[in-house]
Design a protein around this ligand. Structure first.
Ligand code: FES
Ligand SMILES: [Fe+2]
Length: 386
C-alpha cells in the first residue's frame, strides 16, 4: 500500500502500527558495514562550513565510516577532495586533522611521493621508475566535493552522485536566512554511544519531549502535547479553529526564539516572512548527515557521522550574521546554552535506547501514530539498502 494511503487526509499520524527496524540493524558490525557501503559511501555527506576551509592550501581530514577524506582548497581556492591515501603503497598521506599544505604539495610521509593540489602525481622517490610507469595514471583517488549555501559536502562515489539538492527535504525552505552569508559563532562536538539511526529516530518524534525536554516543551506548546506539527494531532482542525493555546503552532506566547529567556539575541533576519517569524523554527533535513534549523535570530546545524555501529559523532554549530557576532560583548555561548541542554537530554535517552536494544528478546519494536516521521526514515533507509 502506498505510504499516503495509510493516512487520513490532512493528518500526519500513522493509522496502523508499524514495526521498527530489526534490532540487529543497531548493533551488528556486519550490518553497519553494509550501511556504510550502500548508504554513507553513496550519498552526499556534509563535512564543514566553507569558512572552515579558509583560503588556498587550507585542508581538513574527515572520517566517514572507515574512510578518510582529505578536503582542501587548491592554489586558486577551488575545493578538491581525495582519499587520504597514497597511490604508491597506500600510506596515509596527511596526519593532522586540519592545517595548510606547505609548498602547494601533498607529500607522502613514507617514500615522499608528492602530489599537487589537484591530486596529480608530481614527484617520485628513487631515480628511475620502470620504463612503463605512467605518472598520469597515479593521481590521488578523487572524491566529489560541492558547496551548497556555505555547506561543504563530499561524495565517495562521485561518478554516480545524485544532484546535491536532491538530498534535502526542501532545499529552498531556508532561503530567507541567506545561509551562505552566515558565520560560525559556536561549536559543540560530542560522541554519543548509540547507532547513528537512533539519533535520527529521536529527532523524528516528540513523544519523548514533555518529560525529556521540560524547558523546550515550555517554549514550544505542541512539543508538550507530544506533537511536532499541527497536523500530527488527529483533532487538528477542531483545535486550530478553536485557537486552543495548548495546540498553538510555533513558539509559546511571548517567545521569539529558542533561548533561555525566549528573547532573540539580535535583530531578526530581515527577509523572514511573518509566518516564518511566527513559527520560530524552520527545519531542513539532508539525510544522512545534516539538519539545519532557522530561528529568527540565528541558524543551527547538526552534522551526524557514524563512528561505529554503536557510536555516533554529532557536531552542532550556531550560525549568525557577521554584524551580530561582532557586536561588543556578544556571547554566542550564552545563545547556544538552550539548545545545548536539548542536545544533552537527547543524547542521554539515545544512549539508553542503545543499551536496551541488547536484550536477546527484543527483535523489533513498534511505532505509535506520532512516530510517522520515524517510519518515513525507516522507509528511506530500506530504500537506500535495497
Ligand atoms: S606509500 Fe606513499 S610514497 Fe610510498
Ligand atoms: Fe528530543
Amino acid at each position: 500500500m502506498a505510504e499516503t494511503e495509510k493516512r487520513i487526509a490532512g493528518y500526519n499520524g500513522l493509522t496502523q502500527t508499524e514495526p521498527t527496524l530489526p534490532t540487529h540493524y543497531y548493533v551488528d558490525a556486519e550490518h553497519h558495514e553494509k550501511e556504510l557501503a550502500r548508504l554513507w559511501y553513496r550519498n552526499w555527506v556534509y563535512v564543514c562550513r566553507a569558512e572552515e576551509l579558509d583560503g588556498p592550501r587550507a585542508y581538513r581530514v574527515f572520517d566517514i565510516g572507515s574512510q578518510q577524506v582529505l578536503a582542501l582548497r587548491d592554489q586558486e581556492g577551488k575545493l578538491q577532495a581525495f582519499h587520504n591515501t597514497c597511490r604508491h603503497r597506500g600510506s596515509q598521506l596527511v596526519q593532522n586533522k586540519e592545517g595548510r599544505l606547505p609548498g602547494g604539495l601533498i607529500t607522502c610521509p613514507y617514500h615522499c611521493w608528492a602530489y599537487d593540489l589537484e591530486g596529480k602525481l608530481r614527484r617520485l622517490s628513487g631515480a628511475s621508475p620502470p620504463p612503463d610507469f605512467e605518472k598520469s595514471e597515479h593521481s590521488l583517488y578523487e572524491v566529489g566535493i560541492q558547496e551548497w549555501k556555505g555547506f561543504i559536502f563530499v561524495h565517495l562515489d562521485h561518478a554516480n552522485s545524485q544532484p546535491l539538492e536532491s538530498i534535502f527535504s526542501d532545499a529552498h525552505i531556508l532561503d530567507n536566512w541567506h545561509l551562505a552569508d552566515l558565520v560560525v559563532g559556536h561549536t559543540l562536538r560530542k560522541s554519543i554511544r548509540c547507532n547513528w539511526k537512533i539519533f535520527w529516530e529521536n529527532f523524528s518524534e516528540c513523544l519523548h519531549c514533555p518529560h525529556v525536554h521540560r524547558e523546550l516543551s515550555a517554549t514550544v506548546p505542541l512539543y508538550k502535547q507530544y506533537l511536532m506539527e499541527v497536523r500530527d494531532d488527529p483533532e487538528w482542525e477542531a483545535h486550530q479553529s478553536a485557537g486552543d493555546p495548548l495546540f498553538k503552532p510555533g513558539l509559546a506566547e511571548g517567545k521569539e526564539t529558542w533561548s533561555t529567556d525566549g528573547i532573540a539575541c539580535g535583530e531578526f533576519f530581515p527577509d523572514l516572512t511573518p509566518e516564518e517569524i511566527e513559527l520560530g523554527h524552520t527545519y531542513c533535513e539532508g539525510l544522512p548527515s545534516l539538519f539545519v534549523v532557522g530561528h529568527v535570530d540565528y541558524a543551527r546545524t547538526v552534522r551526524v557521522l557514524p563512528l561505529g555501529p554503536e557510536e555516533t559523532e554529532i557536531q552542532s554549530q550556531w550560525l549568525f550574521r557577521p554584524e551580530v557576532l561582532s557586536q561588543p560583548g556578544f556571547d554566542a555561548a550564552r545563545v547556544a546554552a538552550f539548545a545545548e541542554q536539548v542536545i544533552a537530554e537527547d543524547s542521554a535517552v539515545a544512549e539508553l535506547n542503545q543499551k536496551g536494544l541488547h536484550s536477546i528478546r527484543h527483535k523489533r519494536g513498534v511505532l505509535m501514530a506520532e512516530e510517522y516521521a520515524v517510519h518515513d526514515f525507516h522507509v528511506w533507509l530500506k530504500g537506500q539498502l535495497d
